[in-house]
Design a protein around this ligand. Structure first.
Ligand SMILES: Cc1cc2nc3c(=O)[nH]c(=O)nc-3n(C[C@H](O)[C@H](O)[C@H](O)COP(=O)(O)OP(=O)(O)OC[C@H]3O[C@@H](n4cnc5c(N)ncnc54)[C@H](O)[C@@H]3O)c2cc1C
Length: 115
């Protein structure tokens, strides 16, 4: 998603409440940001678990406007230390943003994926 006007200032680990314009997709749902770019681009990654998220697959989202209720959440790293991250399924999304924000010379992080 690219910003129209002022961009959101989200931190890795935060989520927004998204509302897509257009019939059938206007119900607001929370999604973590899986990528946060410095130019304001944001990505969410969605798993089709229920009614709304399954229906999202059937509509064309390209070009649609999305209203994002401002970033929420305090899922933060304890610091730039060696860590073990444990995630299950679509719960990986905040870790993707965290991983993206890692410096090349950052202390080692192990990601344990449980499916
Ligand atoms: C802070 C936060 C961040 C999130 N981030 C992400 C993200 O990054 N990516 C993502 O994909 N999702 C994320 N989610 C979850 C996402 O918001 C939900 O998957 C979505 O709102 C579910 O909407 P739905 O209508 O498709 O599913 P629902 O219809 O609400 O169903 C959700 C799940 O509940 C089950 N279910 C529904 N009704 C019942 C019932 N009566 N009994 C038993 N089980 C039932 C369904 O089978 C399904 O597994 C996040 C949620 C929160 C709270």
């Amino acid at each position: 998603m690219s910003p129209v006007g002022e961009s959101l200032r989200a931190m890795p680990g935060q989520f927004g409440v998204l509302r897509f314009t257009g019939a059938g997709t206007e119900e607001p749902h929370p999604f973590s940001f899986s990528k946060i770019c410095s130019d304001g681009l944001l990505r969410v990654t969605v798993k089709d678990l229920g009614d709304f998220t399954s229906d999202l697959k059937t509509v064309t989202l390209l070009g649609r406007e999305v209203a994002i209720q401002r970033p929420f959440g305090r899922f933060r790293r304890s610091g730039p230390t060696a860590e073990i991250w444990v995630e299950g399924g679509i719960g990986v999304t905040p870790f993707l943003a965290w991983a993206d924000a890692l410096e090349c010379d950052a202390p080692r992080v192990d990601l344990i994926v449980h499916h």
